[in-house]
Write a protein that binds this ligand. Structure first.
Ligand code: 3H9
Length: 654
């Protein structure tokens, strides 16, 4: 088998090229190839060594598919010791995304250059891990402890420019990376540049209290996760101990993380997310339709958020509303959102202005005559939606994709309102749509393959995580939410309070407990939806009597200042004895004797409700695979990533 690492002398420079598509991950063969090349280079005529990669990126990390298996030599930390120990200067030349073990490889080199579009980072924490090949020890030595904590605990990559400022790279080069790097290496040789080992540096002085502050902050932000706390321990060790000792601590904690159920869960999600974008039976080479302009029907919170998702990806949007006032209102919400993004530092002012300029409005459907995709985002009224689709059928050009953002309605019925059901699909965004990552793509019975393939690719372009669902009431996510919500009502009647249910779920890791979620969504939404259902579909009245009574009292949730809780002026939920009285009254009407419930019982019953429905969804073929359901729940419903999603949790931990 040919090695994925090639070594050649180019003049005085020994050039080590990694060629392991798609992302040049550090498989055993790559590690071996690097080891052999570095060793060979010590005794040849080269005066300096250059490590670079072919393809779209520098090494993007350890090979995650090898994790959880018996480790194979050479181990990465040992290989990086060999690189750093080289008697000849080693230069790493970065492009694409130098991540995790890839960036650690670059940090073990003596000099680093990068093209300006490159990004570097240590994203291990997103896999429930810590950097395991010296990253926690070398970054603080080069950039200081505070910068190291930010970089490693967030897992977010930074630009080459930021890395240069932090001292993590030495030079940004223009033009062809190979040629520019050879030129720089040649100059370093001519200047007699010495080997520079980051392990030999000491960490600059540290602000008192820094580590305690990070421990507390990460304890809140990544509740219950072990990797972020271990990162603080390792960086602290970098400050207080020699390199070898710090690295031994890093190694031990890396292995602990690697074997933890949290990392197993997060690695499962990494692959599940990528798998979810693939559809069984959909040919890889399916032709995609070009999407260069988008129309959105409805300028409410949802329509506005969807418009921003496209504009942020550089795609122009025409937003349609029924009146000038409604349009102005919609556009001004978008203005406020952009102003908010600038204020929070998420977007530069210039970027916000150019994105916003891509959104225009109209009250006339003929403004959609030339767009390539229309997304309907009006409220959940099936007749209104059908009317809109019939109208779109009249004004839109052939080949346009017609999508509905419905959360519940039958996409096949909506499709039949047009003469082109094969062009109709569901694109279910989650609120706020410009922030939430999940996109449930609903494949109708007649949806054409190229429509599905186009929307799947488009999802990536607008930086969403797509999951494909079949047609059923509520699709994957909201269908599972129904039994979960019903179970929460039974728990209340049997003896729990709203705050006990929510606290139990939040302590377990959910971003928000179910009753607070319902208050946030608006209790009137479920109320109205129930009015349209038969008694049979509504199910046991015990599961909705309390929220019905709350709505009839005008307690619609957060927006009316009261629902399962009352809300103070800062929209914080305050427990309300009036709600407990209603619960007690309904319980007694149904002859239920209230008792004390444990937090364990609350969690067990609520998660089982999700999992049982998830299994039905799988059996019916609504979801292709269990991992798809996990992706929906983690990205759309605040399920803790460190538990891997409801199906992974049920199969592996529960
Ligand atoms: C680490 O390094 C630990 C060390 O500190 C210590 C070790 C001792 N391994 O995402 P894409 C596959 S932990 C194996 O669609 P993009 C991926 O599954 C690692 N496979 O592309 C997919 O396969 P398929 C730290 C990997 O352009 C294909 O490549 N590094 C790996 O949207 C394309 O991926 C990370 O966490 C991998 N490391 O994004 C980086 N990475 O086509 C993880 C990708 O069969 N990777 N694949 O579905 C990423 O963040 C993105 O893949 C990247 C490219 C930004 C690189």
């Amino acid at each position: 088998m040919t090695s994925p690492v090639d070594y050649q002398l180019e003049g005085d420079i020994g050039v080590i090229t990694v060629r392991n598509p798609p992302v040049n991950a550090l498989s055993q063969a790559v590690r071996q190839g690097l080891h052999d090349a570095i060793t060979a280079a010590q005794v040849d005529a080269s005066k300096a060594l250059l490590i670079l990669c072919e393809g779209r990126t520098f090494i993007a990390g350890a090979d995650i598919t090898e994790f959880g298996k018996a480790p194979l030599e050479p181990y990465l930390p040992d290989l990086l010791d060999t690189i750093e120990a080289s008697a000849k200067p080693v230069i790493a030349a970065l492009h694409g995304t130098a991540l995790g073990g890839g960036f650690e490889t670059a940090l073990a080199a003596h000099y680093r250059c990068a093209v300006s579009s490159a990004r570097v980072g240590l994203p291990e924490v997103k896999l429930g891990l810590i950097p395991g090949a010296g990253g926690t020890q070398r970054v603080p030595r080069l950039a200081g402890a505070a910068a190291a904590l930010d970089l490693i605990s967030s897992g977010a990559p930074i630009t080459a420019g930021e890395a240069l400022q932090l001292g993590l790279i030495d030079k940004i080069v223009d033009g062809d990376l190979h040629d520019a790097a050879i030129a720089w290496a040649t100059k370093l040789v001519a200047d007699g540049a010495p080997v520079r080992r980051s392990s030999e540096l000491s960490v600059p002085d540290v602000e008192p209290g820094l580590f305690d502050e990070y421990r507390a902050r990460l304890g809140k932000r990544a509740r219950g996760q072990i990797a972020p706390q271990h990162i603080v321990t390792c960086v602290e060790a970098a400050v207080n101990s020699p390199f070898a000792e710090g690295r031994a601590i890093e190694r031990e904690l890396f292995i602990e993380c690697m074997q933890s159920p949290q990392s197993i869960a997060m690695r499962h999600l990494f692959f599940a997310e990528r798998e979810a974008a693939k559809v069984d039976g959909l040919a890889k080479d399916t032709q995609r339709r070009p999407i260069d302009a988008v129309g959105i029907i409805g300028g409410g919170t949802m329509g506005g958020g969807i418009a921003m998702s496209f504009a942020n990806a550089g795609i122009p949007v025409t937003m349609i509303e029924i009146s000038d006032e409604a349009l102005d209102r919609g556009l001004s919400i978008i203005d406020e959102n952009y102003a908010g993004s600038v204020k929070r530092g998420k977007l530069s002012k210039d970027a916000a202005v150019s994105c916003r300029a891509l959104i225009t409005g109209s009250t006339d459907y003929t403004a959609l005559a030339d767009v390539d995709l229309v997304i309907e985002a009006v409220f959940e009224d099936p007749d209104l939606k059908k009317k809109i689709f019939a109208q779109l059928d009249e004004v839109c050009k052939p080949g346009v994709i017609l999508a509905t953002n419905t959360s519940y309605q039958d996409v096949d019925q909506i499709a039949l309102a047009t003469g082109r059901p094969e062009d109709v699909i569901g694109m279910h965004f989650f609120s706020p749509a410009h922030i939430m990552k999940l996109l449930e793509i609903v494949r109708g019975e007649k949806t054409a393959d190229d429509v599905l393939a186009t929307v799947l690719r488009l999802a990536k372009k607008i930086r969403k995580v797509p999951v494909v669902s079949g047609v059923c009431y509520g699709f994957i996510g909201n269908r599972m939410l129904r039994p979960y919500g019903k179970q929460s009502q039974l728990l209340l009647l049997e003896g729990a309070t709203p705050e006990q249910v929510d606290k139990a779920m939040q302590d377990w890791g959910m971003a928000m407990g179910p009753l607070r979620v319902f208050d946030l969504a608006g209790l009137d939404v479920g109320y109205k939806a129930r009015q349209a259902l038969s008694d049979d579909m509504k199910g046991d009245p015990k599961t909705y009597r309390v929220p019905d009574m709350l709505v009839e009292m005008g307690r619609l949730g957060q927006k009316s200042g009261a629902g399962f809780y009352t809300y103070d002026e800062n929209r914080r939920p305050v427990p309300d004895t009036a709600v407990v009285e209603i619960i007690e009254q309904v319980a007694s009407e149904f002859g239920i004797e209230r008792r004390e419930l444990s937090d364990e019982e609350i969690v067990e019953r609520l998660i089982s409700a999700l999992v049982d429905e998830g299994r039905k969804i799988l059996d019916e073929g609504i979801a292709q695979r269990a991992g798809d359901i996990d992706v929906v729940y983690v990205y759309g419903y605040g399920f803790p990533a460190a538990r891997g999603g409801p199906m992974h949790y049920a199969d592996n931990v529960a």
